[in-house]
Design a binder for this molecule. Structure first.
Ligand code: TMP
Length: 185
């Protein structure tokens, strides 16, 4: 079972993905990953290194190829819960101006998750929740990213949960109830 959490920063996806992984005794992981490529990406995200948006899209795809090998290994043993995956690239990099078909084609080796939870949130609330800001942490940009995610939700059948004004516990229960309704728990 490969479960992915998507959403803008401040949506609660890291907290919720960790809680779910704990509950399921699953392997929790994230992107950009903890690899050399992932670390280089974080330098770019912090604004220390400047590259073209197409280059950044390629780096995310490269990081994903490496990370997917680890995910596949873990999936042989247990469920995997991943904080961000392919859809982060489609949403963020397309809003940053990179052609969507190009993004999809360089990510053609990504796995298809069994379930994607998209956590949505009022943008002001998200910005208040986020402590460390990266190059994408701007209101207008995040608004467009969230709208793009909602488009993708229709295309790929994500489970959409609004976390605005909801406690961590309430959102966690919603996620568990959804999985129970699918007889996954
Ligand atoms: P994080 O704050 O969840 O660690 O994510 C880091 C940033 O990287 C966040 O602004 C979203 C962005 N990102 C992309 O633009 N494309 C991607 O493919 C991934 C995985 C993250």
């Amino acid at each position: 079972m490969f479960i992915v959490f998507e959403g803008i920063d401040g949506s609660g996806k890291t907290t919720q993905s960790k809680l779910l992984a704990e509950k399921l005794n699953a392997f929790w992981t994230y992107e950009p990953s903890d690899s050399e490529i992932g670390r280089f990406i974080r330098e770019i995200l912090s604004g220390n290194v400047k590259v073209d948006n197409k280059t950044l899209a390629l780096l995310f795809a490269a990081d994903r190829v490496e990370h997917t090998k680890l995910i596949k290994e873990e999936l042989k043993k247990r469920a995997v819960v991943c904080d961000r995956y392919l859809y982060s690239s489609i949403a963020y990099q397309s809003v940053a101006g990179v052609d969507e078909n190009f993004i999809k084609s360089i990510n053609r080796y990504a796995l298809e998750p069994d379930i994607v939870f998209l956590l949505v949130v009022d943008i002001e609330t998200a910005l208040k929740r986020v402590k460390t800001k990266d190059i994408f942490e701007k209101k207008d940009f995040l608004e467009k990213v969230q709208n793009k995610y909602l488009e993708l939700a229709e295309e790929y059948n994500f489970i959409v949960i609004d976390t605005t004004k909801k406690s961590v516990k309430v959102v966690h229960e919603e996620i568990l109830n959804y999985l129970k309704s699918l007889k996954i728990m």
